[in-house]
Design a protein around this ligand. Structure first.
Ligand code: 1BN
Ligand code: ZN
Length: 349
């Protein structure tokens, strides 16, 4: 058929283009053999590559030190005391000042000596609307007696390192999250009444007398079904000459998280502090979080050796005051935790 003019030619060309396009869209397509669906994200992978990487902010050890000093200035933070109530109010106000959403989880728990403790777990949520979350925790109470001391054994301790140091690092991380926002949820959880347990060496199991706040929280989560990607507990992370071994319960329950944290420490040049050694198990807050809530969480706890307990020399003594705090240790642990958070978001961990 001959086309008389160019308008007819253009019309035919358009017809051909439409017909071919229609066939391409509407015909059933053959799926090539052996194409696998894309893998589902797993707990250790980013759900999505971030649109933009976020640089890890610089942990300020001077600021963390001041946060420890402020807690200690309240006096021993033993449940049912004025210092305990005032310090709780201060920690809550500090987290709120950094824009976090804070839940005060009040509870009552029996002390093994007979009293009923009024406790409060402080849950500070950074971007609570984001489902993908990391949990960082520490205990904020201090021990009611200096049972490892040689004098004034029945008097309460200041707990600058045992309690104060972990919370000091969490408060500094809260400040950094405001300064350098990141699109991952972070929960900074301060457990109460960790350190009021029975340390009698009488062959009986007294583990349930410790970690009363973590026991309560792990059976009464601040949000039903709460399940962060992983958790890190900080305990005695501010003393001089620190040594962090791979604690036994952490290694059993969450070896991948231990690996993640220790490799981050190594990348920052801290292999001499985060050592490649397996340590004894410690029945700390993380034990109850793992057992009751099934959350994978590890414990960073200094066990430098040289003492009968294996813990730091000032453990449960009156020497656990501000002079036991070494800013450099706060900096090392703070830098490692901060890098873990931001690198997890960036998908490089
Ligand atoms: C850690 C710091 N702990 C107490 N203060 C946990 C603990 C519980 C350690 C029982 C030894 C025995
Ligand atoms: Zn203690």
């Amino acid at each position: 058929m001959a086309f008389k003019n160019s308008r007819q030619k253009i019309a035919l060309a358009l017809l051909v283009v439409f017909a071919v396009s229609y066939l391409m869209v509407s015909l059933p397509r053959c799926k090539p053999e052996n194409t696998k669906p894309a893998p589902l994200p797993t707990a250790n992978q980013p759900a999505q590559a971030p649109v933009q990487q976020v640089a890890t902010p610089t942990f300020n050890a001077d600021s963390a030190f001041v946060f420890v000093k402020k807690q200690v200035a309240f006096g021993p933070r033993v449940p049912n005391t004025e210092a305990h109530r005032k310090c709780a109010a201060w920690i809550v106000s500090e987290f709120k000042r950094q824009g976090l959403t804070v839940i005060e989880q009040k509870f009552k728990a029996p002390h093994y000596k007979g009293a009923t403790f009024d406790g409060v777990n402080i849950v500070a949520q950074y971007k609570p609307e984001i489902p993908r979350r990391i949990m960082l925790a520490a205990h904020w109470d201090s021990r009611f007696q200096a049972d490892q001391d040689t004098k004034d054994k029945t008097q309460p301790i200041l707990g600058a390192d045992d309690g104060g140091s972990g919370v000091g690092i969490l408060l500094e991380i809260a400040r950094l999250l405001k300064e350098q926002p990141v699109e991952i949820g972070v929960d900074l959880i301060c457990f109460d009444a960790e350190d009021q347990g029975n340390d009698a060496d009488d062959g009986k199991d007294h583990s349930q007398s410790w970690c009363l706040g973590a026991q309560h929280w792990s059976k009464n989560l601040h949000r039903p079904g709460y399940m962060p990607q992983f958790g890190i507990l900080l305990d005695m992370v501010g003393g001089a000459n620190p040594k962090f071994q791979k604690e036994g319960i952490s290694m059993q329950a969450a070896p991948g998280i231990v690996q993640k944290v220790w490799s981050t420490a190594a990348s920052l040049g801290y292999s001499n502090v985060f050592v490649e050694e397996n340590g004894a198990p410690v029945t700390d807050d993380h034990y109850f979080v793992i057992t009751n809530a099934r959350i994978p969480i590890i414990d960073i706890i200094s066990r430098p050796g040289g003492t009968k307990s294996g813990f730091v020399p000032h453990w449960h003594t009156h020497s656990d005051n501000m002079s036991a705090i070494d800013k450099n240790t706060l900096r090392i642990v703070g830098e490692v935790c901060t890098a873990v958070v931001y690198r997890t978001y960036n998908g490089v961990l």
